[in-house]
Design a protein around this ligand. Structure first.
Ligand SMILES: [Zn+2]
Length: 237
């Protein structure tokens, strides 16, 4: 058991030394994923805004052609008034003139609102396009630099964990499993103590446990923080 504990202590030390690297290796793809999502969101918004702009342009064309029809209608109505041979005809012509005038006014107001909307949409679209291009470019840059960084980290990690397999082979599978499980929840899952206190959680250990730890006959965990504890005397032999 003593040899197993020594191997486990060394293995845990190795893992701890690679902990920052592991965290960065996990964080890099997450960050890239978030950036890819941002690019996709901006792309969707951009498509929506382009669609809205094109709808506004269509509306403008429709209103413009209606305005033209009404202007022609107004000309015809004025002609009718001028050429009227009776009061009834003249009244009918006047009503037509009035109806066309109202319609022209409405179309002109509407075209004014559409022009404003088009102007605003064009400006925000330009802004959005700029945003999209910038985000896309920084994603590409980040993807490139991340590739280099991941390669660097993996090389460092391999160096730090060199010999881990040999150590792991010296520890029983049950203990390795227990250690791996602990490791996912807490940093420094194995700690080395030199007196009756758990150095991780600072709680005093029962005196009997401290004695048993020095005997190194079995695996012990801190009753407070659940970390595996190994006595310094065991590791140092
Ligand atoms: Zn503890």
């Amino acid at each position: 058991m003593r040899e197993e504990l020594v191997a486990l202590a060394k293995l845990a030390e190795m893992d701890d030394s690679a902990r920052d690297i592991d965290a960065e290796l996990k964080q890099i793809p997450q960050r890239l994923e978030e950036m890819r999502n941002s690019v996709l969101t901006l792309e969707t918004m951009l498509a929506q805004e382009r669609q809205q702009l094109s709808e506004a342009e269509q509306l403008k064309a429709k209103q413009t052609s209606e305005l033209k029809e009404r202007s022609e209608g107004l000309q015809r109505a004025r002609k009718k008034v001028a050429q009227a041979t009776s009061i009834r005809e003249a009244d009918a012509g006047e009503r037509e003139v009035e109806a066309n005038r109202r319609a022209i006014k409405e179309r002109e107001d509407e075209l004014g609102r559409i022009a404003q909307a088009i102007e605003a949409k064009t400006a925000s679209l330009a802004e959005r396009e700029k945003d999209f291009e910038e985000t896309k470019t920084s994603l590409q840059t980040d993807e490139e630099s991340s590739k280099t960084r991941v390669a660097e980290l993996e090389e460092q990690r391999a160096k730090l964990l060199d010999g881990r397999d040999v150590l792991a082979a010296k520890v029983s599978k049950t203990i390795i499993k227990r250690y791996e499980r602990l490791k996912t929840g807490i940093p420094n899952a194995v700690i080395i103590i030199s007196d009756g206190t758990c150095t991780a959680c600072r709680m005093a250990l029962p005196p009997q446990l401290t004695i048993e730890l020095q005997r190194a006959n079995e695996l012990h965990q801190c009753p407070h923080c659940r970390r595996i504890i190994i006595h310094k005397a065991v590791v140092e032999g």
